[in-house]
Structures are given as structure tokens and as C-alpha cells.
Design a protein around this ligand. Structure first.
Ligand SMILES: *[C@@H]1O[C@H](CO)[C@@H](O)[C@H](O)[C@H]1NC(C)=O
Ligand SMILES: *[C@@H]1O[C@H](CO)[C@@H](O)[C@H](O)[C@H]1NC(C)=O
Ligand SMILES: *[C@@H]1O[C@H](CO)[C@@H](O)[C@H](O)[C@H]1NC(C)=O
Ligand SMILES: *[C@@H]1O[C@H](CO)[C@@H](O)[C@H](O)[C@H]1NC(C)=O
Length: 431
């Protein structure tokens, strides 16, 4: 009886056809490929964790499929149905193990469920701690990222709001050099009432440590700065770039559209000086990021130096001018894709321009270009198929494994079953 129940649940865990057969080659047809540059009329062949080949649609695809089948290779065909085949999105700011707590212990936010990240089109995330670096810890964050890392690609910022922030080993340099996931420091708070008000000298020492360790480890060694609403704006960062020869691209300020026009203006100066800025994507009742993107596109801003992030599973506290908490919420990973969809659907942005913020741009600033943000033959098979009409995720693949189909999504082990499909979301061979 138990065995039967086990077999039954194991079957229910499988993705729907054509994915219920192990191995082989997957070919995605009838899609429009963005590498993110537009590749016309190509099918995408995936094998193992890599993209095998882009092949012309029609006869060339049919003959390769026939040849593979003749060689007894299992070929799984996915119909993109006119949708866009784009690189899996990268979100550089996810509170994967929860965060928040600004309204007391009961307001600590939940951990990220795997399936919610997948539905948001993400195949790579960078996890981090925020305000609370006491009850939230680096060990817990790293373990959570390693767990998610069974299915998607996970990286980590070391530190948190405070300076010096908590580390995994003896310090920032050792963590970047010795822990594979750690690519830099963040989110270090400046110009915010919740920061530890670090001196310029303290910030400089940390930026310098991150840069040197990055050079030694072949990583970006970037410091991501949480920027608050104080009128000091980006001046702590200007101090570093004005006083030293550290490249401006080693510093990545975030939330720059969320604090009003003065910070947006300073961010534009930063952009014109060659710096990158990260914009927190708008939640339902906001449009600051949308408005800034539309206006920067009209100005001479360099959009290739802009990235978007979700702040997912972080709290969204709202303080009034007296510092009183007047609102509270939790971030969703969907906001990034929703901003991209809004640009495409409502503002007619070409798809390659709308997706750059979470593909090439973020891969460039975070030093991930060989691992994420592009589609290329021989490159990682991390891609999503966006629906032709809604631009929501129909299919997702990371390292060549299917994570989502139109009727199924991979779930973490203890996520509740999906009512719609009655599937639990774990591949049978992993139980
Ligand atoms: C490429 O696709 C377009 C639109 O789907 C189609 O009109 C065109 O005939 C295709 N070209 C080739 C060479 O297959
Ligand atoms: C840094 O340099 C810029 C331009 O050279 C200047 O506008 C700004 O005031 C300087 N800021 C600081 C904090 O040194
Ligand atoms: C953004 O929101 C403001 C205020 O709610 C509104 O006046 C403005 O039209 C909106 N802009 C866009 C581009 O949606
Ligand atoms: C497009 O604009 C409409 C009207 O403002 C809005 O309701 C809808 O959510 C927008 N679409 C997206 C994908 O944001």
C-alpha cells in the first residue's frame, strides 16, 4: 500500500509530456529568439546543461531532429507558439531567507518559495541580508541559496545594512575568495536612518577589500549599496570615486528611483559618470521606476548601465517624514517581469531593450557573463519562453532542466501542492 502510494505520488511529481523521459535533446520551435539580440527564425536545441545549437526553422530543424532520432537520441519538442525565447532573468537583490521585521517579530517576512522565483522568469538570483543581521544570518542565507541552487543558479552578497556587516569566515576578502556563491558585499546601507552611519573611510576600506578579493577570485567584487532617503544621497559614493582610483563600476547603488527626484537626479549624474544603478522594480501601486526608465530613455542616459531588481521577500515599510511607520508589505519576485511586461505591452519597447536590465546589463556589472544573461551556442541552457500575448512565463529551463511548463512548475520540497495541477513539483528521481 505504501509502495503504491509512493509510486503514485512519484508519477504525479513528473513534469507533463514531453519531459517525462530522462535525457536526450530538447528542441524549442516556433519561438522568437533574443540572445538578447533578435535572432530570426531559429529553433533552439538544448543538450545536457548547454545550448547545443541555433538551427534555422523549417527544413534544417526537421532534418536535425530526424538525424538525432535515427541515432536513437530522445528528442523532446517544445512549441513556443510564437512566444519569445529569452535568457533566464537574473535578479540581483532577493531576500531569499526572508528579511524585514520593522514592525516587530511578527513582521519578519517569509523565505522565498522556489516556484515563485521560477514563475517570475528567474533562473539566477543574488541573495542577501538587509536591516536585520542579528536574527537573520549568513549561514542560514547560504544554506537557503544552496537549496534553491539545486534548481536555479544562486549567488550571494556578503554583509547587510551594517558596516562592518556579518561575514561567513574571517572577513569580506576571505568570503569572496573562499565561498563560491559570494560575488561581493551588500546591501550596505548609506543615507538611511536604518544604516550604521559608516564613515567614508570605513566604506572605502570595504569597497577596496571587495575589489581586491574580486580581482584575486575572478569575481566582480562589487559592493551593492542600499540608498535611503536622507539628503546625503550618493555623496558617500562620490567621495570614494573622487578620492581614489577605484573604478566606479565596483559600486552599485540600489533603490535609487524609490526616494524621490533628488536621488534620481544624483543617480543620473552617477550614470553619466559611467556608474551602474539598480532600480527596485515597481510594486502594484508604484510607478517611479517605470517613469524613470521612460525619462532616462528620452535623455542621454546610458541604459546599458541600469539593472532592475525585485527586493523580493524583503519588507516594504513606509515611513512618514517623522520616521513613523505608516505602511508595511512584502516584496514579490514578479515585479521585475511585470515592469518588463509593462514596457513591452504598454510602451512598445523592443523586447531586447526591455529585457537588458535583467540579462546582459546585470551579467556585465556582476561579472557573470560566462554564466548568465546571454543565449549562445555552448552557453548555459538557462532560458525562458514568454507567452506571445501576456509575456508571462510559459516555459523555464535552467541548466537544461525544465522548471516550468504552461501547466506545471517545479516546487521546493515542502511547498504545498499546486491546486491547479495537483502536482507536487519534485522530479521523481530526486525523491
Ligand atoms: C521567418 O518568420 C517569419 C515570421 O514568422 C516568416 O514570415 C518568414 O517567412 C520566416 N522566414 C523564413 C526564411 O523562414
Ligand atoms: C565628486 O566630484 C563631482 C564631479 O567632479 C562633484 O560634483 C562632487 O561634488 C564631488 N563629490 C564629493 C563628495 O567629493
Ligand atoms: C505615475 O503616477 C503618477 C501619480 O500617480 C501619475 O500622475 C502618472 O501619470 C504616472 N505615470 C505613468 C507613466 O504611468
Ligand atoms: C498596462 O497598462 C494598464 C493600464 O494602465 C495596466 O492596467 C496594466 O497592468 C499594464 N500592463 C502591464 C503588463 O503592466
Amino acid at each position: 500500500m505504501r509502495l503504491l502510494a509512493f509510486l503514485f505520488s512519484a508519477l504525479a511529481l513528473l513534469p507533463p509530456p514531453p519531459f517525462d523521459v530522462a535525457g536526450g535533446v530538447t528542441v524549442i520551435v516556433n519561438g522568437v529568439v533574443y540572445t538578447p539580440s533578435l535572432l530570426k527564425n531559429k529553433s533552439v536545441f538544448l543538450s545536457g546543461a548547454k545550448i547545443l545549437k541555433f538551427v534555422d526553422s523549417g527544413a534544417a530543424t526537421d532534418s536535425l531532429v530526424s538525424a538525432l532520432k535515427a541515432a536513437n537520441v530522445i528528442v523532446k519538442q517544445v512549441n513556443a507558439d510564437g512566444g519569445s525565447i529569452i535568457p533566464g532573468l537574473i535578479d540581483p537583490h532577493v531576500h531569499a531567507n526572508g528579511a524585514g521585521g520593522e514592525m516587530g517579530y511578527g513582521s519578519r517576512t517569509p523565505e522565498a518559495p522556489l516556484s515563485e522565483l521560477i514563475k517570475a522568469g528567474l533562473t539566477s538570483i543574488v541573495g542577501l541580508l538587509g536591516t536585520d543581521t542579528v536574527t537573520r544570518g549568513q549561514n542560514d542565507l547560504l544554506a537557503k541559496l544552496k537549496g534553491l541552487g539545486n534548481d536555479i543558479n544562486t549567488y550571494m552578497w556578503i554583509g547587510g545594512y551594517r558596516e562592518p556587516g556579518p561575514t561567513l569566515t574571517s572577513g569580506v576578502q576571505a568570503d569572496i575568495l573562499l565561498i563560491e556563491e559570494v560575488i561581493g558585499v551588500g546591501e550596505l546601507a548609506i543615507s538611511d536612518h536604518r544604516s550604521s552611519w559608516p564613515s567614508n573611510q570605513q566604506l572605502l576600506a570595504t569597497v577596496s577589500d571587495a575589489r581586491v578579493a574580486g580581482l584575486l577570485a575572478g569575481k566582480a567584487g562589487v559592493v551593492q549599496f542600499h540608498v535611503g532617503s536622507a539628503n546625503t544621497l550618493l555623496s558617500p559614493l562620490w567621495y570614494i570615486v573622487n578620492q581614489t582610483t577605484i573604478p566606479i563600476t565596483n559600486l552599485l547603488p540600489t533603490h535609487v528611483t524609490s526616494r524621490g527626484p533628488a536621488l534620481i537626479a544624483d543617480a543620473l549624474r552617477w550614470n553619466k559618470a559611467g556608474g551602474y544603478c539598480d532600480f527596485t522594480a515597481d510594486s502594484d501601486d508604484e510607478n517611479d521606476t517605470l517613469v524613470t526608465l521612460l525619462s532616462w530613455r528620452q535623455s542621454s542616459a546610458d541604459l546599458s548601465h541600469v539593472t532592475l531588481s525585485s527586493d523580493a521577500y524583503g519588507s516594504l515599510p513606509n515611513f512618514d517624514s517623522q520616521g513613523r511607520l505608516i505602511g508595511y508589505g512584502v516584496g514579490s519576485p514578479m515585479v521585475v517581469l511585470n515592469t518588463i511586461r509593462n514596457l513591452i505591452i504598454n510602451y512598445s519597447w523592443p523586447i531586447d531593450q526591455a529585457i537588458q536590465f535583467n540579462t546582459v546589463n546585470v551579467a556585465n556589472v556582476l561579472g557573470l557573463t560566462s554564466r548568465a544573461g546571454f543565449l549562445a551556442e555552448g552557453g548555459p541552457a538557462d532560458l525562458v519562453v514568454l507567452n506571445r500575448m501576456s509575456y508571462l512565463v510559459d516555459y523555464s529551463f535552467a541548466r537544461g532542466e525544465v522548471l516550468k511548463t504552461p501547466t506545471w512548475v517545479q516546487k521546493g520540497m515542502f511547498e504545498p501542492p499546486d491546486k491547479l495541477t495537483q502536482r507536487f513539483g519534485h522530479r521523481a528521481d530526486e525523491i
